[in-house]
Design a protein around this ligand. Structure first.
Ligand code: GLC
Length: 423
C-alpha cells in the first residue's frame, strides 16, 4: 500500500531538527568524520550531553507559529547516538547525563501543537561495532582498518538497524514520515545490500503502511518523496518523465547540526521566497534548526522562525493547499504564482514591487480573473487600463489584465495578490 501524501502536499512546510551529541562540539554534525575523531575521544560529548534547558513545547510553539505543519527529528544521526530509550543499545540519551528519553516528550509536544510526526533515521552509524569501516567512516584512515573490519559483520548491523526502525514504528503511535539518510553505493560505500533495504521496506509497510518514505534507501522507484537537498530545483522535479512529490530540505545556515561559529545565515526574506518558490513548483520545504547542547533553538533560528511566521500569519493561504499554477497562466517577471485548485484562486507573489501597474498577459487571465485583492489586508486591487495609460503602455489592453497597485509596497516581506477566478 502506498503512503498517504495528500496531507503532505497540502501542508507544504515542515521543520527539520538535527540534534545529538554533535551539538556540543558545535561545529557541524559531521564533526566526527571531518576531524576523524576516535570513539574514545568523541565519548567526551556523550559524558557531557545534558540539555537542561530542553523544553520541547517551546520548540513546537516556535514551529507552529512559523506556520510549519510537520516536523522531522533526527532520532539517530550518523554518530549513532539515539534520542529515545532504545532497548538495542546503551548509546542513548537515557544513559547520558540527559538521563531521560528525549523523543517521547518531543513527539507529544509537537502533536499537541498540531504538527505531524516525522522521524529522520541515519542508515549510517559511526559508533556501532558491526558497521564496516568504509570511505566516509571516521576511522577510514585507521592503520588497522582491515583488521578492525574483520571483526565487523555488516549483517548484524542491518539487524540492529531494522530492530530500531521497528522500535520507532511501534512505540510512538502514528508516524507520518520516515526519513532515512543516506546510501552511497559504489567502491568502499554502502547501499541496499548493506541496509537490506528491500526487507526493511517490507517491515515498514507492515508496521505503518501509510508512512511517507523518502528516496535514500538505494532502491530506485521506492520512496514516496524526492528529497533535493541544499538545492533549489528550477522546475517541478520529474522521475521517468513524470512529476513527483518532492520536498526541498535546506538549512538556515551552512550546517544541519548546531554550529556556533558558522555565519552564513540566510535572511528571513530569502527563506520566505524559497518557500514560495517550492510551492510554485508543486513542492514542499523542510527547513532545519540545529538546537544547542543546552536544548534550545538559538536566537538566530528563533528570529527567522518568527519572521517567517509573521508573513505566514497573513499569507499562508497562498501556501497551504496550493501548487504550481496551470501552464496557461504565464507568470509575470519578478513574480511567483501558486494556485489553489479547490478554491480556484491564483496567488501572485510580487518579489519586486513595480511602479503602479502589473500586467497579467494572456487569454487565460483575461477570460478568468474576476476579482483581485491584496492578501495581507484584503484590500481590493482594481484592474484595467484607462485610455491615457493604454496609450502610454502601447499594449492591447484586451490581451492583459492590468493590476493597479498602490504606489508604495505594502509593509510585508512578499506582497501577494489573491486572484479570484471565474469557474
Ligand atoms: C546530508 C548530510 C546529513 C544531513 C542530511 C539531511 O545527508 O550529510 O548530515 O542529516 O543531509 O538531509
Amino acid at each position: 500500500m502506498s503512503a498517504d501524501t495528500k496531507w503532505f502536499v497540502h501542508d507544504r512546510f515542515g521543520l527539520f531538527i538535527h540534534w545529538g551529541l554533535y551539538s556540543l562540539p558545535a561545529r557541524h554534525e559531521w564533526v566526527k568524520h571531518n576531524e576523524q575523531i576516535p570513539d574514545n575521544i568523541y565519548d567526551r560529548y556523550f559524558k557531557r550531553f545534558d540539555p537542561d534547558l530542553y523544553e520541547p513545547t517551546l520548540w513546537a510553539k516556535a514551529a507552529g507559529n512559523a506556520g510549519m505543519k510537520y516536523f522531522v527529528i533526527t532520532t539517530k544521526h550518523h554518530e549513532g547516538f539515539c534520542l529515545w530509550d532504545s532497548k538495542l543499545t546503551n548509546y542513548k540519551a537515557t544513559q547520558s547525563p540527559a538521563g531521560r528519553d528525549l523523543l517521547t516528550p518531543m513527539v507529544k509536544a509537537f502533536r499537541k501543537e498540531g504538527l505531524r510526526t516525522g522521524f529522520y533515521h541515519s542508515l549510517i552509524d559511526w559508533h556501532h561495532p558491526d558497521f564496516v569501516i568504509d570511505r566516509i567512516h571516521p576511522q577510514r584512515s585507521h592503520p588497522d582498518r582491515e583488521k578492525l573490519n574483520k571483526a565487523r559483520v555488516q549483517a548484524r548491523y542491518a539487524a540492529y538497524l531494522h530492530g530500531q526502525v521497528r522500535e520507532l514504528l511501534t512505540q510512538f503511535g502514528k508516524v507520518d514520515i520516515l526519513w532515512f539518510d543516506f546510501s552511497y553505493p559504489g567502491s568502499d560505500g554502502k547501499g541496499r545490500a548493506d541496509w537490506q533495504s528491500e526487507k526493511l521496506v517490507k517491515l515498514i509497510r507492515k508496521l505503518q503502511p501509510k508512512v511517507i518514505l523518502d528516496d535514500r534507501l538505494d532502491l530506485p522507484g521506492v520512496g514516496d518523496v524526492k528529497t533535493p537537498e541544499q538545492f533549489q530545483p528550477r522546475d517541478w522535479p520529474m522521475v521517468d518523465g513524470k512529476r513527483v512529490v518532492w520536498e526541498a530540505c535546506q538549512t538556515f545556515s551552512g550546517s544541519w547540526g548546531y554550529h556556533r561559529d558558522e555565519n552564513s545565515w540566510r535572511s528571513t526574506d530569502e527563506l520566505i521566497r524559497t518557500l514560495i518558490d517550492c510551492v510554485s513548483k508543486g513542492g514542499n520545504l523542510l527547513l532545519n534548526v540545529g538546537p544547542t547542547g543546552r536544548g534550545e533553538f538559538d536566537e538566530r533560528a528563533l528570529a527567522r522562525l518568527t519572521g517567517i511566521g509573521e508573513w505566514m500569519k497573513r499569507h499562508s493561504r497562498s501556501i497551504y493547499g496550493c501548487t504550481q499554477a496551470p501552464a496557461e497562466f504565464q507568470c509575470p517577471p519578478d513574480c511567483r504564482l501558486t494556485y489553489n485548485p479547490e478554491k480556484k484562486r491564483l496567488y501572485l507573489h510580487i518579489l519586486a514591487w513595480p511602479y503602479k501597474h502589473l500586467f497579467l498577459d494572456g487569454k487565460a487571465f483575461v477570460d478568468r480573473v474576476e476579482y483581485a485583492q491584496l492578501l495581507n489586508d484584503a484590500s481590493e486591487i482594481k484592474f484595467g487600463l484607462d485610455d491615457w495609460h493604454a496609450m502610454q503602455a502601447g499594449t492591447d489592453a484586451k490581451s492583459s489584465v492590468v493590476l493597479n497597485l498602490p504606489q508604495t509596497q505594502p509593509n510585508v516581506t512578499v506582497p501577494v495578490v489573491e486572484l479570484f477566478l471565474k469557474d
